[in-house]
Ligand binder design. Structure first.
Ligand SMILES: [Zn+2]
Length: 274
């Protein structure tokens, strides 16, 4: 074998190895994605009465807005539309992967800006000369989802807070410093005691188990430990769920009390599907 042939053989071997690595990686990623699509997910409060649906219903049912001597309540149809829009935010073919819709990856500025924008949009839809309650309700469902995820996906509860974060819907929250450490460098599944700043869990492909050094992961089926308090198997789930209900009520009330909406029966009726 002369030098040229040796070189070609070496190159061939290297290409074969490279192809193997690429094929292997693609296979692993596809298997993980397949699992994600079919598994009982731990991505957020569950789309059931213990999770997003129940939290959303509890908030809506608690509201009776007095306008012109009558107390207005969300219609059954309106509640169904808002519930549907809420859980579609966890759609695996789209919104589930947008970190700011779930307060993942410490995306606080984007997540809180989204809440402000959606609040303006909802108010605009119901106060317009031709109100569009359905558009408003679809946006409201998505907004409530993000607000609810704040309590399960951040360390707000672990920081010792027993009330809601009134910044949601009212202002923005800055991103924490990159240097903020919330987990041991070698274990993104463990939240350190007394993290002095708000943080949230990371949910990063391909395995959705890793986090940047010193940060905490969200956690899911194959790596359950992490920041999420998505279901009753997780510590502090009930505190997170309770605050999610209060925060959902608070956001709906922000809309009902907004200038142009407060006392405006037409706008409130449009939102409530009446
Ligand atoms: Zn979510």
């Amino acid at each position: 074998m002369n030098f040229r042939v040796q070189k070609l053989a070496f190159k061939h071997g290297r290409n074969t190895f490279k192809n193997f690595v690429v094929t292997f990686t693609i296979t692993i990623v596809l298997l993980l994605l397949g699992y994600l699509f079919t598994a009982k997910l731990v991505l957020a409060f569950k789309p059931d009465e213990a999770g997003h649906l129940g939290i959303t219903s509890a908030a809506m049912l608690s509201i009776a807005e007095p306008v012109g001597g009558v107390k207005l309540k969300f219609s059954r149809q309106a509640r169904a539309e808002i519930r549907d829009a809420n859980i579609s935010t966890d759609s695996l073919t789209g919104d589930a992967w947008v970190a700011e819709k779930h307060f993942d990856n410490e995306e606080f500025p984007a997540a809180t800006t989204r809440l402000l924008n959606l609040k303006s949009y909802i108010i605009g839809q119901i106060t317009s000369p031709s109100p569009n309650g359905r558009n408003a309700r679809i946006a409201l469902g998505g907004t409530l989802h993000t607000i609810q995820d704040f309590y399960t996906h951040t360390n707000w509860v672990e920081m010792g807070n027993t009330g809601i974060d009134i910044r949601l819907g009212r202002t923005t929250i800055p991103k924490p410093p990159v240097s903020l450490q919330s987990s041991p460098i070698n274990d993104p599944g463990v939240l350190l005691a007394r993290v002095p700043h708000l943080t949230s869990g990371y949910f990063l492909p391909p395995t959705f188990c890793s986090a940047p050094p010193g940060k905490t992961r969200h956690g899911w089926d194959i790596c359950p430990n992490g920041l999420n308090k998505d279901d009753s198997s997780r510590p502090r789930y009930m505190q997170a769920r309770t605050l999610a209900v209060y925060a959902s009520q608070d956001f709906i009330n922000q809309i009902l009390k907004a200038p142009g909406v407060a006392g405006n029966a037409r706008a409130i009726r449009a939102l409530m599907g009446l």
